[in-house]
Design a protein around this ligand. Sequence first.
Ligand code: GTP
Ligand code: MG
Length: 189
Amino acid sequence: MKKIEFFKSVFSKNDFPKENLSQLILCGRSNVGKSSFINSVFKTKIAKTSSTPGKTRSLNFYKVENKFFIVDLPGFGFAKVSQKEREEWNKLILSLLSNYTSIKVAFHIIDSRHEPQESDIELNRFVHAQEIPYFVILNKIDKLNQKDKSESVRRIVEYFPELIINENLFLFSAINGFGSKEIKQLITK
Ligand code: GTP
Ligand code: MG
């Protein structure tokens, strides 16, 4: 699992790819590291990242080994884009999630330093309601010491009791590659 290429940016419902390929979607709040996740796992710089939240502003489809899509979504919970723009994204993301049967799996990326927010809880509920296989990636684990790591895991499981470490919950760092091996195995599977 090495070859990844940019396929297209989608700004409206009519633009969704016609290809009947499975999709792995990357979702989560702004700035949690969704785009960095792609770059780290595939050792590339293909996805644009920024320390300023709100970088990704379209649904970006990447094709992996001509077999499936990884879709990098705009982050939610970012106050600085206009209300209108935010609503447009939300609509687009919801239509992707609800009407698109090719979604095989959702990776929900969460900053391991922070408590899940209302939008995380909503996303978790929504994905379960759609019966989309679901994994949580606790990112930026490089920022935590051992004690804070345990605390972060304890907290996330308190919010989402279905999570089991290394089954559907993974610790990750896009900066130092921690957890990459497990994530790659998961994606391959
Ligand atoms: P939006 O596109 O705005 O929704 O953000 P995003 O979720 O795609 O985040 P992005 O990948 O652009 O990363 C946001 C910031 O977090 C950047 O400054 C990254 O360098 C940083 N970052 C991402 N992953 C990690 C990580 O694992 N550890 C650390 N320390 N920083 C990270
Ligand atoms: Mg992004």
